[in-house]
Design a protein around this ligand. Structure first.
Ligand code: HEM
Ligand code: PLO
Length: 483
């Protein structure tokens, strides 16, 4: 037996012909929690059948690291499903495209573009601060009223990615922005959540409410993307690259002028549009979700909010705005962000991986073509690794003196790891830091008096969504006095 192959298959949930193990999963809409609790009966690594698909579920960080890092390439595939194929026009994007030369090329291009416009660039910091200022103005205007912060946070985050992708932004009440909010919600509600059509593709021939909603939303998204694409093609002159769309257009034009085209690396219109669509979609939904979770936890733990504000008062004061170079000065805020990403992982099951060859995880052999689901929820709530995992405690990310941030356990992978690691980690962290610092310097966030604290229970889907809630943003006395 070769060293890479294990001794046997992981233990499997009972499975019936055709439906597989669905009886075990039916009636549990919070799939991450169900897969987490099945560990007690089947161990941390087990298998199940989603219809005819063999799925391996990983719940421990050792196995997760083996899949993502040590054997990253062997597990770099993605499954094709009905909903993600619709979203990405058959895997022409990055996130839902399987491993291959074109996927690698798209990742490299986006990575280069993000480093050019974003990470480490003053221009991006200025854009985020502009949006933070506008968010604070909206909160000021709503002084002491119960406010649904979600659309305000979304607009702030959207404008940052909009600047990066399209060199544009939205004003409050802009109808295009309202349309975007609506279609994106529809997509989040219907895509990649192991719904029945994804398990039984033949179901798509029957009328299906979710699928119809997804198609309707994609039509609106496609119009928006197409319009941006047309505008960019018309304005593109080859010299100035203003945004991600220009950067991709430039690669396209230089490929057209070089003959013969590099084999296997032909970036079609669809590839270009789906790539931008991914960055735009991921850029909006992930960061916004984390900000909402952060606000919810600050409402539940006012002492954490107070500590962040004390740290800010001491290190930055009220006479100037927070900036990125303040990150090392504000370890408690950074620790709070880390703790939010642990306790409510945005992507509780990552995106499923697929084994590209016969391989193994731990002592178990895994056949080529297996879907591998990494349960990040389990990894972030493992009692062997985390002291009282359901307790929100930013302090666990700080050293004894509370001066430096550190990762207390290898069981922490909010952005995944390895060759499929998140492309937006640096950008997301810049935004989370600046938005929260700006808001908390000026306001104390409170739960409106007549309302219960917002729910800490997430709603499973392609991102772990929050339930609707309202906030009262009270201008801090210190800020009022200082200004
Ligand atoms: C993939 C987390 C923000 C772009 C992922 C994955 C995770 C993740 C867990 C899947 C890794 C895997 O399947 O193994 C997060 C979190 C974010 C965030 C927690 C915010 C706090 C962003 C942003 C962008 C982005 C802002 C865009 C600029 C992507 C892309 C992929 C990805 C394109 C797919 C990578 C691939 O399949 O090769 N992210 N993400 N993410 N993320 Fe993020
Ligand atoms: C969010 C809704 C958008 O309208 C389309 C979209 C594109 C990329 C997806 C994103 C959605 C959800 C979060 C995803 C992202 C790619 C990587 C990211 C799945 C569906 C994560 C967290 O893995």
């Amino acid at each position: 037996r070769r060293a890479t192959s294990g001794t046997g298959r992981p233990r499997s949930l009972p499975a019936l012909p055709l439906v597989g193990s669905l009886l075990q999963l039916a009636g549990h809409p919070q799939l991450h929690l169900r897969l987490w609790s099945l560990q007690s009966r089947y161990g941390s690594l087990y298998a199940l059948w989603m219809g005819s698909h063999y799925v391996v579920v990983v719940n421990s960080y050792l196995h997760a690291r083996e899949v993502l890092l040590k054997k990253g390439k062997a597990f770099a595939g993605r499954p094709r499903t009905v909903t993600t194929d619709l979203l990405s026009r058959g895997g022409k994007d990055i996130a839902f495209a399987s491993y291959g030369p074109l996927w690698k090329f798209q990742r490299k291009l986006v990575h280069a573009a993000l480093s050019m416009f974003g990470e480490g660039s003053l221009a991006l910091e200025r854009i985020i601060c502009r949006e933070a200022a506008s968010l604070c103005e909206t909160l000021s205007a709503a002084q002491d009223m119960a406010l649904d912060m979600a659309p305000e946070l979304t607009r702030a985050v959207t404008n940052v990615v909009c600047s990066l992708c399209f060199n544009s932004s939205y004003r409050r009440g802009d109808p295009e922005f309202e349309a975007m909010l609506e279609y994106s919600q529809g997509i989040v509600d219907t895509v990649a959540k192991e719904s029945l059509v994804d398990i039984f593709p033949w179901l798509q021939i029957f009328p299906n409410k979710d699928l119809a909603l997804l198609k309707r939303c994609l039509k609106v998204r496609d119009q928006l993307l197409q319009q941006k694409f047309t505008e960019h093609k018309e304005a593109f002159c080859g010299d100035t690259v203003r945004d991600l769309m220009d950067a991709l257009l430039k690669v396209r034009f230089s490929a057209e002028n070089s003959s013969p085209p590099a084999p296997g690396l032909e970036l079609t219109d669809d590839h270009l549009l789906m790539t931008v669509g991914d960055i735009f979609g991921a850029g909006v939904e992930t960061t916004t979700t984390v900000l909402k979770w952060a606000v919810i936890y600050l409402l539940h733990y006012p002492e954490v909010q107070r500590k962040i504000q004390e740290e800010m008062d001491q290190k930055i004061g009220l006479a100037r705005h927070p900036q990125l170079s303040d990150r090392p000065l504000l370890p408690y805020l950074e620790a709070t962000i880390s703790e939010v990403l642990r306790i409510r992982p945005v992507s509780p099951l990552l995106i499923p991986h697929v084994s590209l060859a016969d391989t193994s995880i731990g002592e178990y052999s895994i056949p080529k073509g297996a879907r591998v689901v990494i349960n990040l929820w389990s990894v972030h709530h493992d009692e062997k690794e985390w002291d009282r995992p359901e307790e929100f405690n930013p302090g666990r990310f700080l050293d004894e003196r509370g001066q430096h941030i550190h990762s207390p356990s290898p069981s922490y992978l909010p952005f995944g790891a390895g060759i499929r690691v998140c492309l937006g980690e640096v950008l997301a962290k810049m935004e989370l830091f600046l938005f929260l610092a700006w808001v908390l310097q000026r306001f104390t966030l409170e739960c409106p008096q007549d309302q219960p604290l917002p729910s800490l229970e997430g709603k499973f889907g392609v991102v772990l969504q929050v339930q609707k809630f309202q906030v009262k943003a009270r201008l801090r006395d210190a800020w009022r006095a200082a200004s």
